[in-house]
Design a protein around this ligand. Structure first.
Ligand SMILES: [Zn+2]
Length: 681
């Protein structure tokens, strides 16, 4: 269990469509998808994608305007996250930007390419540490080359301190950039050492872990039932020997950027969709004006209650993953609007939840008499900012404060246009072609994969987890360490069992049952083979979702052998798993669902253990080796991020009459433009 309350699903792996987990994707018009260039750059272990914002053009003018203002507010915090990540990040980024703009020498030199890779990585991570691993990455060029680039750059300014020469600046930055031992880790997890001094992240300066702990012990009120999120929007430093907090607000830390954020939020408040939304925005402004964390809580409560608005956003110091002490929020923003069609889909499923429960093959004793599906809102991301750019979550569940979640609830959303972009990009990556046995299977995946993948996730989340009940007296913790893989298998089997049911077509959730085959193909291929790309050689399967997929696929493969339901085929020395009988496979999924529901309802630990250990953990070494070799030849970058669209207001007679959206395709240009237009301190 993760003790953090908030759930941010970060997509770390490239082969999304074939590794469907608890995530969502978005079906969209074929034409738009085909002509659109999804991936625009790849370097180091990163690739840069674009996302579409379907439905934006059809929004009413006021909502377009609202998105435009909120988007500007999202972009104005870019330097805050860069500064938060490490104290020298902004200086370094400004030098890199200036060199890219002004270098007059040879840009075909191999060192130049290495310089650009380094620069692009710094942009991607909002700093010099890897966005995911948090290790400092070291340039592939020399210090001398770096000094030469600076000297041969013309017509640009370098960020010199008072009295500092270019030579001083280079000498100062040499260890910061090139020495792997200096500030090596952004976030240290090594609790045997001082977490604060060992972490390069800029939430603390000149203080030790003990001093930070003492400081917060002193100001924290342990008896407060509604405590503020202590330390969320500040930096702890030592001034004249005293430990103090520098608060981020209009007249404080990061003030010049916050001033701009407030400016755009005020414009946004002026075109709010309704009173509730206006109150949300106004409260956020008040919080930024004062830095008062009680106002941030008030804002969060208003925000949770605002479920009626089409447009929504987050903007602030929110997730605490980058603080080794788990208190300080990284600045981020995501602007979005509700995807009505997709939300209607989850509502349709939820409305029929009782039918699915009643007709499932499980023992009536284990069925829920009254089942309510859980609907999550599906959204379209319109702008990513701060810590959510370019690397972005695919699901958001906020606010983080426990007492607010308990008394006011939380909002959970999935960003479908983002996962859709991942899916589309991976279709062109060669992954599907490599692991599909036939053209027919590949074509089916291309045609229905994204849409069917969405529905699979919906059925899993809305119905699967919500179905079934425990027998009286059975503890929810009875399955202990096997609880998670069994629970995931149960939800997935519920979804898989119904996938190829006529009811799907009847409810308008699938165009035909051929689409269902795409999900079965994917599920078998992934569970038996392709998910092994995420496992290191010699290791076993650890992660709960992966164990669940392996156990389900191996179980049905074994049980179906006498009737040849699934067969292993070798073509040109490559292994494939091919489904021969989809209806029989459905029956096998149903059989396993019956058993897994029984295990859950009765709390049968022994059988749970046997099932998981026999089918869900071990890896066939030979097959693993083959899969890794085939995968590495595809040369796919494991981490992805996005560039943003550009919104331009159309002004007539001093008034906005429309907002146009365009999708740029140049990562370098966007980063340089952001560096110029959104740098305020
Ligand atoms: Zn799940």
């Amino acid at each position: 269990m993760n003790n953090k309350k908030s759930l941010i699903l970060v997509l770390a792996f490239a082969m999304v469509i074939l590794v469907a987990g608890c995530k969502k994707t978005e079906p969209q018009p074929e034409a738009a998808a085909q002509d659109f260039k999804w991936q625009i750059d790849q370097f180091a272990d990163l690739r840069i994608l674009r996302y579409q914002v379907p439905g934006f053009d059809e929004l009413p003018l006021a909502q377009k305007e609202l998105i435009y203002y909120l988007s500007e507010a999202a972009l104005c915090g870019r330097d805050i996250i860069t500064a938060q990540n490490y104290k020298h990040n902004l200086t370094i980024r400004r030098i890199l930007d200036a060199i890219v703009e002004g270098y007059k020498g040879d840009r075909t030199d191999p060192q130049w390419e290495k310089f650009m890779v380094y620069t692009k990585r710094v942009w991607f991570s909002n700093g010099i540490h890897h966005h995911y691993a948090t290790d400092k990455f070291i340039p592939g060029f020399t210090t001398d080359y770096f000094a030469m680039l600076i000297k041969e750059s013309e017509g640009v300014e370098f960020p010199l301190a008072k009295g500092q020469t270019i030579g001083d600046l280079i000498a100062f930055l040499q260890p910061v950039i090139f020495d792997p031992t200096v500030d090596a880790k952004k976030v240290s997890q090594d609790s045997t050492k001082d977490l604060v001094t060992e972490s390069a992240v800029n939430f603390y300066a000149g203080v030790t872990q003990e001093e930070v702990e003492k400081y917060y012990q002193r100001i924290r009120d342990e008896n407060d039932p509604t405590p503020i999120s202590y330390g969320l929007n500040s930096r702890v430093v030592k001034k004249n020997g005293k430990v103090v907090e520098e608060i981020a607000y209009l007249n404080g830390l990061y003030g010049p950027a916050i001033e701009k954020i407030i400016y755009w939020l005020e414009k946004a408040a002026g075109v709010a969709e309704n009173d509730q939304q206006r109150k949300v925005i106004e409260k956020l402004i008040e919080y930024y004006q004062t830095g008062d964390l009680e106002k941030f809580d008030e804002y969060n409560i208003l925000w949770v209650d605002d479920v009626g608005s089409r447009v929504d956003f987050i903007n602030g110091f929110i997730e605490v993953y980058s603080d080794p002490m788990g208190m300080k929020g990284s600045w981020e923003s995501v602007v979005n609007f509700k995807d009505l069609a997709a939300t209607k889909r989850t509502e349709t499923i939820a409305a029929n939840a009782q039918w699915f429960e009643d007709n499932s093959p499980t023992d009536p004793r284990f069925k829920r008499k009254e089942v309510k599906g859980v609907t999550a809102k599906v959204i379209t991301a319109a702008m990513l900012g701060g810590d959510s750019y370019p690397s972005t979550p695919i699901g958001i569940n906020l606010p983080n404060a426990n007492w607010i979640r308990r008394t006011h609830g939380s909002k959970s959303v999935t960003l479908e246009n983002i996962t859709y972009a991942y899916d589309q990009a991976s279709l062109g990556s060669g992954f599907g072609k490599e692991f599909s046995y036939s053209e027919e299977i590949l074509e089916r995946t291309k045609k229905y994969g994204a849409q069917a993948g969405n529905l699979h996730t919906d059925l899993h989340e809305v119905l699967g987890h919500a179905s079934g009940q425990l027998l009286p007296g059975v503890s929810p913790e009875a399955l202990k360490n096997y609880h998670s893989p069994i629970e995931e298998a149960r939800a997935d089997l519920f979804a898989l069992y119904y996938f190829i049911d006529e009811k799907m077509v009847e409810l308008g959730l699938l165009p035909n049952l051929d689409a269902a085959k795409a999900v079965y193909d994917n599920n078998i291929r992934n569970g038996l083979m392709t998910q092994l790309t995420r496992i290191q050689p010699g290791k076993t399967i650890e992660q709960a979702h992966m164990r669940s997929r392996a156990l389900v696929s191996h179980w049905v493969y074994e049980k179906g052998k006498p009737e040849n339901v699934i067969s292993e085929k070798i073509k040109d020395g490559k292994t494939y798993f091919v489904i021969n009988d989809y209806q029989k496979l459905r029956q096998l999924y149903g059989d396993l669902l019956v058993e897994v529901q029984r295990i859950t309802s009765e709390g049968d630990y022994e059988t749970a253990r046997d099932l998981v250990e026999t089918h869900g953990v071990q890896v066939d070494q030979e097959l693993h080796k083959e899969v890794l070799e085939r995968y590495s030849k595809l040369n796919l970058a494991p981490y992805g991020g996005f560039i943003n669209p550009v919104y331009t207001p159309v002004i007539e007679n001093g008034r906005i009459v429309d907002v146009k959206i365009v999708y740029p395709d140049d990562y370098v240009k966007q980063m340089l433009r952001y560096g110029k237009d959104y740098s305020f301190f």
